[in-house]
Design a protein around this ligand. Structure first.
Ligand code: SF4
Ligand code: SF4
Length: 466
């Protein structure tokens, strides 16, 4: 890419920035970012956090906004219930989401990680802020860590970890509200522990895992564990838009000394203040080029912009750009490829939304009763026996009426006629046809399922004779 990124300068790629040569963890004491993007990130992050906490409480059509009840195979998205019968739709939507993420990453890089991933939002906008509040800024934190145990350190550590544990406990409850539903969660919390031992153990277990992640494991989730992070290597190319350092403008780095100026040595715009490294939550130096550890949080952009402002130099030495754009000295611009991929992303969104919208309110299955032959009936009629199963996938009760649409004939239905919302019913239909109207061994039957004279669904099956 550039002479400054030669073999010698690429040795940083041989190890993780948070692990030293002896394999020991290098603790990240990130400097608090300041700037326009950080402010936007705060607003966006807190909005997402509010949504995350409200989604299991808010209700649409009597259902909580989002429920992912894997054990009972019941999924609710924005009040729409997904039944096991809808799993084809669920898989299609999952597939569409995966394609969406891949295409989004190819074009816009790892923006999701830095701005929308719950791990980053909790870590950077909740836990890290509490740490700054209790332990002080990055230098004070370093000093505190190096200090021997004393009253002040014990107090700070106890306070911080107690708050961390309480928040982890809250997150654990939130997590369970998505998995089992808010109603059951309230029972687990309010009933005696002995009545919901497994639920109580799950809350404590999840709380411990969250506490471990946010108090200790932290950025390691993004740098060594997250599969999406590991995929970056194959998803990104030189046209992907990422947080990038403009090495053409910045190099050779370092503040120009008087002697160097006199000697006519020209320096780049990077004064090597390392502010961009200090604010980085994964402790990398973005000036080394694109790295797997970069979560695109944009903190280094803010940091460098503040330096450029003071230096009275143009902003954007570190900016959101493609590597090709940096190489060609271009400002941020959407290429034809990016526009085409964006149109494709919109198409995926429209496609999944239309799948949601066009999903029927009921699911019907009508099959001939196994082992039953046709029956001769009085008045020159023959009959066939059918079993039906109807699932109400809507959010309202249905007054069920089954009619025979084709051919001419009549039916007798036995079974529940009021189908409660989110429930299913089963029953029997006897279909009577005049012998003269049945010309084939297997002729087509068409049923209509109605609610208050409104046709909800049509179902076709066969009528057997001879
Ligand atoms: S390099 Fe910049 S954008 Fe990437 S993680 Fe570090 S601070 Fe965030
Ligand atoms: S903040 Fe900007 S000027 Fe300072 S070291 Fe980083 S890139 Fe160079």
């Amino acid at each position: 890419m550039s002479e400054y990124l030669n073999e010698e300068n690429n040795t940083f790629r041989d190890n993780i920035s948070t692990v030293n040569k002896e394999g020991k963890r290098i603790w990240v004491h990130a400097r608090k970012p300041k700037g326009k993007l950080y402010n936007y990130r705060n607003i966006f992050g807190y909005f997402l956090l509010a949504f995350l906490f409200l989604a299991p409480i808010l209700k649409i059509n009597g259902e909580q906004l989002i429920l992912i009840d894997i054990l009972d195979r019941r999924f609710v998205f924005f009040g729409i219930i997904f039944w096991p019968q809808d799993f084809y739709l669920f898989y299609l939507i999952m597939l569409a989401i995966i394609v969406f993420i891949i295409v989004f990453t190819v074009v816009y890089g790892r923006l999701f990680c830095g701005w929308a991933c719950p791990q980053t939002i909790f870590m950077e906008l909740v836990f890290r802020k509490i740490e700054w509040l209790i332990d002080g800024n990055h230098t004070e934190q370093r000093k505190l860590k190096a200090q021997r145990l004393n009253l002040s350190k014990i107090w700070k550590r106890t306070l911080k970890h107690s708050i961390f544990w309480i928040i982890s406990f809250l997150i654990s409850n939130l997590f369970l509200a998505y998995l089992v539903g808010t109603k059951i969660l309230i029972h687990i919390i309010t009933d005696p522990v002995s009545e919901h031992l497994s639920g109580f153990v799950s809350i404590v277990l999840f709380a411990s895992v969250f506490y471990f992640i946010f108090a200790w494991f932290r950025e390691q989730v993004c740098t060594i564990m997250c599969p999406y992070g590991r995929l970056q290597g194959v998803l990104l190319d030189s046209n992907s838009i990422i947080v990038a350092y403009d090495y053409k403008r910045g190099e050779p780095r370092g503040a120009a000394r008087k002697k160097e100026i006199e000697a006519g040595i020209v320096k780049g715009d990077c004064i090597d203040c390392k502010l961009c490294v200090q604010v980085c939550p994964t402790s990398i130096d973005i000036r080394n080029g694109n790295q797997l550890e970069c979560i695109n949080c944009t903190a280094c952009i803010d940091a460098c912009n503040s330096v450029m402002k003071k230096q009275k130099k143009p902003l954007g030495l570190i900016r959101y750009a493609s590597l090709k754009g940096i190489q060609d000295g271009q400002k941020f611009k959407l290429t034809t490829r990016n526009v085409a991929y964006t149109i494709f992303l919109i198409f995926i969104l429209v496609f999944t939304t239309s799948l949601f919208i066009n999903r029927g309110s009921i699911e019907t299955v009508i099959l001939r009763t196994p082992g039953m032959d046709y029956q001769e009936q009085p008045n020159n009629e023959i009959s066939n026996l059918y079993n039906f199963k109807i699932v109400n996938k809507s959010n309202e009760d249905i007054s069920l009426e089954i009619k025979l649409l084709e051919p001419k004939g009549h039916i007798v239905v036995s079974g529940e006629t009021l189908l409660k919302y989110s429930s299913k019913t089963e029953g029997i239909i006897v279909v009577y046809l005049n012998k003269n109207d049945v010309k084939e061994k297997k002729s087509k039957l068409k049923f209509g399922i109605y609610h208050k004279d409104k046709l909800l669904e049509q179902y076709e099956t066969n009528f057997a004779y001879k």
